[in-house]
Design a protein around this ligand. Structure first.
Ligand SMILES: NC(=O)c1ccc[n+]([C@@H]2O[C@H](COP(=O)([O-])OP(=O)(O)OC[C@H]3O[C@@H](n4cnc5c(N)ncnc54)[C@H](OP(=O)(O)O)[C@@H]3O)[C@@H](O)[C@H]2O)c1
Length: 222
């Protein structure tokens, strides 16, 4: 199954020098305020933001456009959540009645859970029986009118999207921090490739430097 050529999918992430996107305790405020403004500008230009369920459980994010002025309505928030584990008191569900939110589950999610999620104002899409089939989902989103989609992690979702060939662009801000921690999540988790030659190859298109905060942002195309 191919994705339409005019669907643009970007992964954006902030990472430490040693490749971590969060500490082993789940702390993920890695990049500077300036970088945060860049991310919110990017959010203001997309139709939807997609994150994995662990990111919602650990970070409890809002996934809205803040820190900049924007006349556009907030992008749709899309959560990849096979079992419907999203906490009913998460910021996302608490604001689902006013900001468009889609929780994508599989047949593993109970009817009761789905009803509770819908009652809070979120839409629910059911795809597949085990892991969520992302290609199917992104084709469905395209048919619904979504053209620019931003993926904001975490590591497992990044792996599935990169491995599945769904991603056109990867933007990474590298902060001058070393975190270590064998259980700290890295930019890309998943099973991985057994040998270097099988790894996904990307093309570097732009580098920006934030001298004040000793950060660089790297832009790659697939
Ligand atoms: N620094 C940054 O820029 C940044 C950004 C985002 C997140 N983070 C950090 O990343 C960490 C979470 O990352 P994570 O890797 O643990 O989890 P994640 O990518 O947020 O979520 C992964 C989960 O999504 C569900 N899922 C369903 N279908 C999937 C599919 N096809 N592919 C992948 N996942 C699928 C699975 O749970 P079910 O089977 O239960 O559905 C899976 O375990 C948090 O600590 C967060 O702070 C950092």
């Amino acid at each position: 199954m191919k994705l339409p050529t005019d669907l643009k999918v970007t992964i954006n992430s902030a990472m430490t020098l040693d490749g971590k996107i969060s500490s082993y305790t789940g702390n993920s405020c890695i990049s500077s305020k300036k970088d945060l403004v860049r991310v919110h500008k990017l959010r203001s230009k997309v139709d939807a933001i997609v994150v994995g369920i662990n990111t919602v459980i650990i970070d409890n994010p809002m996934l809205t456009v803040r820190f900049i002025r924007s006349n556009r309505i907030d992008p749709t928030r899309i959560i990849i959540d096979s079992y419907g584990r999203i906490p009913l008191d998460s910021k996302i569900l608490k604001t689902a009645a006013t900001i468009k939110t889609i929780i994508v589950v599989t047949k593993q999610a109970s009817k009761d859970t789905i009803e509770k999620i819908k009652k809070l104002g979120a839409h629910v899409i059911i795809i597949g029986s085990k892991l969520i089939n992302l290609k199917k989902l992104f084709n469905m989103l395209y048919k619904m009118g979504y053209r620019k989609i931003l993926i904001e992690g975490g590591g497992e979702l990044n792996w599935s999207c990169l491995h599945g060939g769904i991603v056109n662009e990867l933007i990474i801000t590298i902060a001058p921090i070393v975190l270590g921690g064998r259980n700290a999540i890295t930019l890309v988790e998943g099973k991985g490739y057994p040998i270097i030659s099988q790894g996904i190859k990307l093309r570097l298109t732009k580098i920006t430097q934030n001298k004040n905060d000793n950060e660089i942002t790297l832009y790659y195309n697939s």
